[in-house]
Design a binder for this molecule. Sequence first.
Ligand SMILES: [Zn+2]
Length: 339
Amino acid sequence: MVLTKVFCSKCGASRENYELVCNSCGSPFIIKVSGPYEKNMDGNFDYFEHPLIPLSSKTPVIETPEFMAKLEFYNPTLSYKDRGMNTLFSFLSEKKFLKKGDEVSEDSSGNAGASFAMFSQMLNLKATVYTSVSANPNKIRQIQGYGSRIERINGSRKDVENSAKNSGLIYLGHQYWPEFYDGFRVIAYEIFEQMDHLPENILIPFSTGTLYLGIFEGFSHLLQNGLIDSIPTLWAIQPEIASGMFNKMNNINREPEPSVADALTGIVPLRYSLLNSVIKTYGRCEVLAEDEIIRAKQSLLNLGIDCEYSSAITYATMKKFNLGKNSLLILTGHGIKNI
Ligand SMILES: [Zn+2]
């Protein structure tokens, strides 16, 4: 069985209870895994015994003449966010932090909100999702379809977050809880199990960096166990007009604007320093123009792959940088979310 440890990303202090940020310095927590990798996926997590959805249900990897893709929209709410919500809600319900009838809040551009709404319904919680007035209406309908209330906030992404935090409900902001991003480790494990050879490049849509960090931790764990020789190049990809990570890394001062890739918000990630060092060591961060993203979505549709713009950005990157067949695109959300 593995051992996970939660501690402050800045001062290293342990999380004492269920606080969102470090009591000593106010920084977000991170989670680190050590110990043997187990083929039985549940064995790679020690903070719950019974996941709400089995961790063994894999998403497909497909191979085309041009590239390979992992279809993360084969998750229950049609986006990869279910991986993180599954580990977070499994943890919080097993520890009795959440119980039937509790009122919970979350802030989201849409996909995380939909997943949050579904898991809240599974646990009989009363959920409210705070979102921006400009949020994608399809995603809003999906959230309401799972029985959550919606609060639309006219303001920045930070204003939306603060409204959810100050709502008086139990705040489950997915960016903060390390057990959320830890759920994405499974994606790295599946890539390792499903593919004969690891890809050279893995192209990852990048918003708040949780997906990127989770995949990185999964490969690090495999590397620690001597099961792989090196970690593939992990690309962090953002829309040019919503690129908080890229801009901060490159000292560019620019406010994020709404992109067709509406799941990619362009805020500066909570765990910026950690992500900055991981990207500089194991990958690279790039930005794509809106027209490149729009063309990429159509190109994928022409191949019979229907993903949202926020996922098609990976295909745009593969074309722009002339990456070969040995590239794996992480297609995070289904195209129906953009119809
Ligand atoms: Zn601290």
